[in-house]
Ligand binder design. Structure first.
Ligand SMILES: [Fe+2]
Length: 314
């Protein structure tokens, strides 16, 4: 199993607290110079070793485990051949996200990636009370205490996995947390994963309920949003929270509801939609670098739709 270095935000916060504590202790003790102490001066603090910032791969999709279809098995096999961190963008196990559906419709196909999977919940998980089986299945990786939203570091990138099935208005606990995180973490590049798209040409369409979360992400300089919910692939040009083209500060959104569930047809094409692929299961593979990134839609064998490109961070 390839290893990705993932520094959890919580761990980072803990390390910062320790470092701060050491600094406070050092200044409080005054060291050995002129402090009248008979003890030796404290040794200088070691220079922190920055985390490696080489290429990192993030790969996954939403809308995955639907029993009776061959999709999740095929996309799961794609993951076997791609190193890096796996994400899910919700609706992991159809149709109610029960424990049995996780065991029968998700686990046989994507379950062997669980140790490197960073999940997000979808509306179908919440058809079970409080998405209980989802949190049971993914355990601490699903951030059950939050509930269901968290961030982690991947090389030079900060990744936010959000829960769009609970309150996401401007005053919500989740958006207050997100605002604080975006201010606290000085990351040159950032990507957010959530189930529901703000913009979509699929049958669910664009959703103004996501506007507040997009405003926080936009103000925080986030570069990329990845979603599911509409069971197709769609890539948008960089946009602001109101759907206006914004090549300087806009967020590029991908809809990747192609993890294995029944596939949808597109309806009216939304503004700034650049590429649409319907009828193909597959996963999106991001190669994240310091300052830019590649994306590649990898279809299952037999499907022909492809998309790839490169973007730069703000
Ligand atoms: Fe959904």
């Amino acid at each position: 199993m390839p290893t990705e270095v993932i520094a959890w935000r919580a761990a980072r916060a803990g390390l910062r607290a320790i470092a701060l504590g050491c600094a406070l202790v050092a200044s409080g003790c005054g060291g050995g110079d002129g402090g009248g102490s008979s003890t030796s001066p404290a040794p200088p603090a070691p220079t922190p070793i920055p985390p490696p910032v080489g290429d990192r791969v993030l790969v996954g999709a939403g809308d995955i485990g639907e029993c009776g279809l061959a999709g999740a098995e095929a996309t799961g096999k794609l993951l076997d051949g791609i190193s890096g961190t796996v994400f899910t963008a919700g609706d992991n196990a159809y149709y109610q996200g029960t424990a049995q559906q996780f065991q029968q419709c998700y686990d046989p196909f994507w379950g062997r990636q669980r140790g490197r999977t960073r999940p997000a919940p979808g509306n179908h998980e919440y058809e079970s009370p409080n998405a209980g089986p989802y949190f049971d299945y993914f355990g601490e990786f699903a951030a059950p205490a939050a509930p269901g939203f968290y961030s982690f570091t991947l090389g030079a990138w900060q990744v936010y996995s959000l829960n769009t099935n609970i309150p996401i208005d401007a005053a919500s606990f989740q958006l207050q947390w997100l605002r604080r995180e975006l201010q606290a973490v000085a990351s040159p590049c950032a990507l957010a994963i959530m189930h529901h798209p703000r913009f979509s040409s699929g049958q669910h369409g664009s959703d103004r309920r996501l506007r507040d979360i997009w405003s926080v992400l936009y103000d925080g300089g986030v570069d990329v949003v990845v979603t599911g919910h509409d069971h197709a692939y769609e890539r948008f040009a960089p946009q602001d929270p109101d759907g206006r083209s914004d090549l300087a500060r806009g967020i590029r959104q991908f809809v990747v509801g192609t993890g294995g569930a029944n596939l949808y047809r597109f309806g009216a094409v939304a503004a700034n939609s650049e590429v649409r692929g319907e009828g193909s299961w597959g996963v999106i593979k991001f190669t994240l670098r310091s300052g830019d990134y590649d994306w590649e839609f990898v279809p299952v064998p037999g499907a022909t739709f492809r998309d790839s490109g490169t973007g730069t961070c703000h």
